[in-house]
Design a protein around this ligand. Structure first.
Ligand code: FAD
Length: 326
């Protein structure tokens, strides 16, 4: 009978991403209650052995040129092969671009139930429950899945990544074959964003600017220095992006990126439903707005009624003085 938890560990430049450690850590605590082992699967060329120190007893690897040159069509086969080997009851992956594409294909292929973009996983009466936002974050649904293997994609930063627990993993290469259809999409080039900071979707600290920032020069003068002083990633509202003050890859919201940081600073952002859809699960929201009636204050943990042209430089100065971003 299927048991245990298989974690899909994504990596960047050969090293596991932060989400891999977050999910392994959560998998360990869930497995302690549900029973079974924690194992990991790594697709593409990466240093997988250290995942044993974070609780994986076996690391399944699928390495081959198709995993770097193709779209995620090849991932479903690799994950299906890992599931045959590990026979898990639960498969966890981050709600990343690649897993959002791969999990639905995998779910259809193996007849598994799936919950996407979860923000919490917990056990109630011995059953694993996934909490996921609905209706642009206005409501949360608690779902349980009854298929013998269940897939869950989890928003980055939903769980803390624990320190290593020691231990070592057996590395087990998978034998994966693909159909022609799976290899139909090819990656023809990758253009990395210019920013050196962590990608918005995985960032733990975000400073976002809205339409009243008023120019890209002001973004560089107000928003980016505050983000840098805090060690944060820069975000923007769609109004700011549409006006050309910030690039589209920095847009947060329904038609931008969904973020889940510990701290989200919304500087001159009104709090439109489409913006909230992308950031409302942030743990702490600080809103800076001239209008005390602005809707964002209904969602803010802390509110500063004031002008960003005065408040942002003060916060930047104070963050620098305290050496916060270092
Ligand atoms: C289909 C669709 C999809 C959309 N997707 C997105 C999306 O993904 N992301 C997104 O953000 N929006 C999205 N929008 C747009 C959204 O509805 C809002 O128009 C947008 O979020 C407003 O951006 P804003 O808050 O920066 O600007 P505004 O609505 O102009 O708000 C500016 C705020 O700043 C305050 N303010 C003014 N001057 C200052 C100052 N000097 N100091 C401090 N505060 C000041 C004002 O009181 C106001 O609250 C979408 C809309 C549609 C229809």
């Amino acid at each position: 009978m299927a048991s245990g938890i298989l974690v899909v560990c994504e990596h960047e430049d050969g090293a596991p991403k932060k989400t891999a450690y977050e999910l392994l850590s959560k998998a360990r605590s869930l497995a302690a209650e549900l029973g079974g082992d924690v194992s990991a699967v790594v697709i593409g060329s990466a240093n997988a052995a250290n995942l044993g120190e974070y609780g994986a007893s076996v690391v399944y690897t699928a390495d081959g040129s198709e995993f770097s040159s193709d779209g995620t069509g090849s991932w479903a086969s690799a994950l299906a092969a890992a599931i045959v080997e590990a026979d898990p009851a639960v498969v966890l992956g981050a709600a990343s671009v690649d897993i959002r594409s791969a999990f639905p294909r995998l779910a259809v292929r193996i007849g598994a139930g799936m919950a996407s973009d979860c923000t919490d996983l917990f056990i109630q009466d011995g059953v694993l429950i996934a909490r996921r936002p609905m209706y642009a974050g206005k409501a949360f649904a608690d779902v349980s899945i009854s298929s013998s293997v269940a897939l869950y994609s989890v928003r980055p930063n939903s769980f803390p990544g624990a320190a290593p627990v020691g231990g070592s993993a057996t590395v087990s290469p998978l034998s994966v074959s693909h159909s022609e259809a799976e290899l139909a999409s090819k990656i023809v080039g990758v253009e990395a964003p210019k920013s050196e900071t962590i990608d918005l979707t995985e960032a733990n600290l975000i400073v976002s600017g809205g339409r009243p920032v008023d120019s890209s020069e002001n973004f560089d003068r107000l928003i980016r220095p505050l983000a840098e002083a805090l060690g944060a990633t820069v975000g923007a509202s769609r109004a700011a992006v549409d006006a050309g003050y910030a690039p589209h890859n920095e847009q947060v919201g329904q038609t931008g990126k969904v973020v889940n940081p510990s701290l989200y600073i919304a500087a001159a952002i009104s709090g439109a439903i489409q913006h909230l859809a992308g950031m409302r699960t942030s743990r702490v929201i600080v809103a800076i707005n001239k209008n005390p009636e602005a809707p964002i204050f209904q969602h803010a943990t802390y509110g500063i009624v004031g002008d960003i042209f005065e408040i942002c430089p003060l916060l930047t100065e104070e963050a620098k003085r305290q050496g916060i971003g270092r």
